[in-house]
Structures are given as C-alpha cells and as structure tokens.
Design a protein around this ligand. Structure first.
Ligand code: SAM
Ligand code: SF4
Length: 344
C-alpha cells in the first residue's frame, strides 16, 4: 500500500498508541542537521555534520511523512538544524499541502531561526502553513551575534516582518540563559506581545557535547516565573497547542506566555510526539538513545508495508519519559546527539 495519497479525512491504519496509552499524533522532522548559526547551547563551533550521502532525499521524506499521516499523525513540524537552509525544501512543504487539503493533516508548521524567512514566508503561507515558531533569544544585536556566533538579528527581524505580512502567526521561542538574556525576559515579552506574537521560554537541555558548561547556562523557569509575578498578573490557561508548552495569559499585555520546562517540570505524561531525523532514524523520545531505522525498510520496497511495520514496532518501544538532569557531578549530556539532529 502506498501512503502518498490518502482519502479525505481517512487514516489508512488504526492510529498509533504507545504502551502507556498515549496516542502519537505529532511528528517532528529534522530535515537537515546543518545550520547557518552555531547557537552556544545547541552546537559546538566546529560541528561535524552527517555525510550528505546519508541523507534521505526530499521525495523519501515525503514518503515517510505521508506514511505517518496515514497512521494518524495530525500535526507535522518541519525543523532541523535550520530547515530553511536545505536546498529545495519548499518542495516538501508543497507536497505536504495535499494532506492539509485532504483533511488528513490538521497542521503543517515549521521551527526556524528566521534567517531565511524573508525569502520563504509567502511560499510557506501558500503551502498552508498558518503558524510558525521563530527562535530568538535576545533583542540586542551584539548579544545575538554572541549567542548564535554567526547570526544577524536584523535579518531575523526582517523575516518576522515578512512572516506577519504573509499572514503567518508567529510564536517567538527563547532559551532562558543564566546571566545572558535573564535581564531581557521582560522586554522581550513586551516586544513580542506588542507585535501580537506568543512568547515561549525554554529551559536548556543537556543534549550533545558543546564547549560551554550547560550548568553555567541553565536558568530554572520556576525561578523566572516567580520573578515575573512581581511585574505581571499570570493566569493559567488550559491551552495546549499539541506541544510541550504550558501557557499563561499576562493580564497587562493581553498576550500568551509559554513555559517549556523539561528540567523543572517534566511534561512526558502527555507526550504525543516522535521525531524523525534527516537520515530516517526515528527517535521515540528526545531524551533517550533508543531509535528505529526507517531508511532501510523505506528503501527495501516500493510498498509502504515494511516501513509501516517498522513504525508500529518502534511505537511499542516509546519510553515513559526522559530523565534530564543538569548538575556539576554529571558532566556528560543526557544523550550524545545535538538538538539539531533530533529536531527541536
Ligand atoms: N534552527 C531552528 C531554530 O533554531 O529554531 C530549528 C531547530 S532548533 C534545534 C529548535 C529549537 O531548539 C530552538 O528553539 C532552539 O533554541 C532549541 N534548542 C537547541 N538546543 C537546545 C538545548 N540544548 N536546550 C534547549 N533548547 C535547545
Ligand atoms: Fe541552528 Fe537552531 Fe541550533 Fe541555533 S538552535 S544552532 S539556529 S539549529
């Protein structure tokens, strides 16, 4: 059976449910591990990237994503590395649009550093993308350069302008970094809310070797939340956007503020996600090493049966959760691969 064409509103197979009764309805796909930035918490400066020959083609990524949609995945996030630096990436978005059109997919979205957004915003909107996440940790151009090592804040702001002009709803994601952007959290919230954008803070996770020590970067969001209460009135919101963030409304700005707290409040009990890398490896958890190779069964046959069987088998191994810890005594990251490989 080929999953590339799925009848309107139909899934081809019973949905994916893991051993803990959690339905898997959300796939994140890292379409490249490469990036035009080198954010200090994400990558080392001299990263070694995967050999290009190991990468799935965009046609193969389409086939795999379509197999997941056929298995009941309703939300697809394209990420990386920097997804918009992969050559011809718009063809994958164009391909996925057919699943939005058929009703098989509820949402097609992207997480980007914004560097290429000015170029692609209109095309993304034309492919049915409605909401995007842009990662931005500071409003200070010099600090931005230091955090990203190579990035230009102005280009990112131009990208955000273009995205909003194209009608995309933008959420800003910022990693909370101790002593780096701590003092900017309030101005950034006010800036984002002033532009009608949601704003989400993320705790640093111990993924992959980097030069700085993550314990020096880590800022607890419980602490940030407590200090924000001196300034704002926070009202808990029931909203879940299918992702790990928990939201509050700030009465003073009227905007939404999200917290992604893998360290201080593990969100695994409601995890509905799996992650596919650009080489066709499926990770059932961001914070565990166990994985399934989908490239071999994909390439073994023109039929999707082998890959569907491999996906089903992998879901039976989805673990209960991660066990991230950041402490001096434990200097090694929880998992060896960087966030750019598994996809944020
Ligand atoms: N390049 C794109 C971007 O930066 O938005 C997409 C990929 S990036 C790996 C996805 C998200 O992961 C970004 O918001 C980034 O800030 C976050 N991230 C990367 N490494 C992280 C880490 N070690 N801990 C927490 N968040 C991290
Ligand atoms: Fe690149 Fe995103 Fe990682 Fe920054 S966080 S280095 S932009 S992949």
């Amino acid at each position: 059976m080929i999953a590339s064409d799925i009848a309107p509103g139909k899934t081809l197979e019973p949905s994916l449910v893991d051993p803990f009764g959690r339905g898997v309805s959300y796939l994140r796909v890292s379409v490249t591990d490469r990036c035009d930035f080198r954010c200090v918490y994400c990558m080392s400066e001299d990263m070694t990237f995967l050999p290009k020959r190991d990468l799935l083609t965009l046609e193969e990524l389409d086939r795999l994503c379509s197999a997941f949609v056929g298995l009941g995945v309703r939300k697809l996030r394209i990420t990386g590395g920097e997804p918009l630096v992969r050559r011809n990436i718009m063809s994958l978005f164009e391909g996925m649009k057919r699943h939005l059109d058929s009703g098989a997919l509820d949402e097609l979205t992207v997480t980007t550093n914004g560097s290429q957004l000015a170029k692609y915003a209109t095309q993304l909107a034309a492919c049915g993308v409605r909401r995007i996440n842009v990662s931005m940790d500071t409003l200070d151009p010099d600090k931005f350069r230091k955090i990203t090592r190579w990035g230009d804040l102005n280009r990112v702001i131009e990208g955000i302008d273009a995205a909003q002009a194209a009608g995309l709803s933008v959420k800003i994601n910022a990693v909370a970094l101790k002593g780096v952007n701590e003092d900017e959290i309030i101005p950034m919230i006010e800036w984002a809310h002033g532009r009608g954008m949601d704003f989400t803070l993320i705790e640093v996770m111990p993924l992959g070797e980097i030069e700085p020590d993550r314990i020096d970067q880590f800022l607890s969001l419980s602490q940030v939340r407590a200090s924000l209460m001196d300034r704002f009135t926070l009202t808990d919101l029931p909203d879940r956007t299918g992702g790990p963030a928990r939201y509050v409304r700030l009465e003073e700005t009227g905007g939404r503020l999200g917290f992604i707290t893998p360290l201080t409040h593990n969100f695994c009990e409601s995890c509905n996600r799996v992650r596919l890398t650009c080489t066709g490896t499926l990770y059932m958890c961001l914070g565990q090493e166990d994985a399934a190779d989908l490239r071999a069964p994909l390439r073994a046959s023109e039929s999707d049966e082998p890959v569907i069987a491999a996906i089903r088998e992998a879901i039976t191994r989805k673990p209960k959760g991660h066990d991230f810890v950041i402490e001096r005594a434990r200097s090694r990251p929880a998992v060896g691969r960087h966030m750019s490989v598994t996809g944020g």
